[in-house]
Ligand binder design. Sequence first.
Ligand code: NAD
Length: 350
Amino acid sequence: MMDVNQFKGHEQVVYLHDKKTGLKAFIAVHDTSLGPAAGGCRMWKYDTETDALNDALRLSRGMSHKNAVAGLKLGGGKAVIMGDPRADKSEELFRAFGRMINGLGGKYISAEDVGISVSDMEIVAEETPYVAGLDKGEHASGDPSPFTATGTYLGIKAAVKHKLGLDDVKGLTVAVQGVGHVGYYLCKHLHAAGAKLLVSDIDLDALKRVVDECDATVVGLDDILTADADVFAPCALGAIVNDDTIGQFKATIIAGAANNQLARDDHGQALMDRGILYAPDYVINAGGIINVAAETRGEYDEAWVNAKVDNIYNSLTTIFERSVSEKRPTNIIADELAAEIIEKARQEKA
Ligand code: NAD
């Protein structure tokens, strides 16, 4: 059953059913106080339309928070296409989706997300200019992963400074779960800075690369959680902090790039109770969206991107310090900080 309270705070939600192509999609525009609502498009085999709508509502709200704390002049939005990404894609479907975005006149800017590739988005971009995150084109920003990794590395440094009082990661042990796009670049940063790396992945080639290039030590898929490390950096799966894992972590810092690391919001409090400092996921992993956002400003400006990515260190430090002084978990402080930034923009606009 749909809970109408889910719509709380959303400006506009659009549903499209294109009978010709079979496209069924929702676009949720959560907030445009800071600027156009930006957020990727997800394609997923949802069981019901309600599930798809709930996902769009939840994810678009998350994008408002992420874009606000990253200091971007962008609001939050998200699109979901109902369908199997392996079976239901067609050029016509993405064209119909592109026309749907275009109909919103720039209120929503899309990009790829789970189930959607850059090549799918290139078709969408033939129907609308309101697409970012492309490989080609005048202002294309390319692979966001190195920027996400740089921001995550700076976030780890901020956490290390706050929790351990150290200026760098030299001599510390970091357990990196998942050494794919982001995890690989993160390992490069950490290795160059003198950290010792413990890594896990299901992909043996990805592991070999970080063993060869970063002198990393491979540990088992479950052992990475309990590894004797100073920092646990989740860069693979969501919901890695859950009822089963919460008592297992030896690291006193959890700071990594994975999205939706807490299975539930109250796991933030549970980490705090255990003396574990948690770097809120959407704050520490914002490097990628910052890079994509550069496309929406017209000319791609690398100095602008780097300055915003560097600021992830300061944003996290603010959140950590506020968490201590207010005795409340970092994930809640991050949400409040985002809400304050959005509210300020709303009042300035009014
Ligand atoms: P990726 O798919 O390239 O890498 C994920 C890696 O995790 C893969 O190598 C995969 O084999 C591994 N993996 C899967 N299951 C695992 C398990 N059980 N244990 C250990 N490793 C496992 O993805 P990515 O682009 O590097 O993104 C990593 C995380 O960061 C994701 O949660 C993603 O949503 C998030 N994120 C990525 C970006 C970005 O710029 N790519 C931006 C923001 C957030």
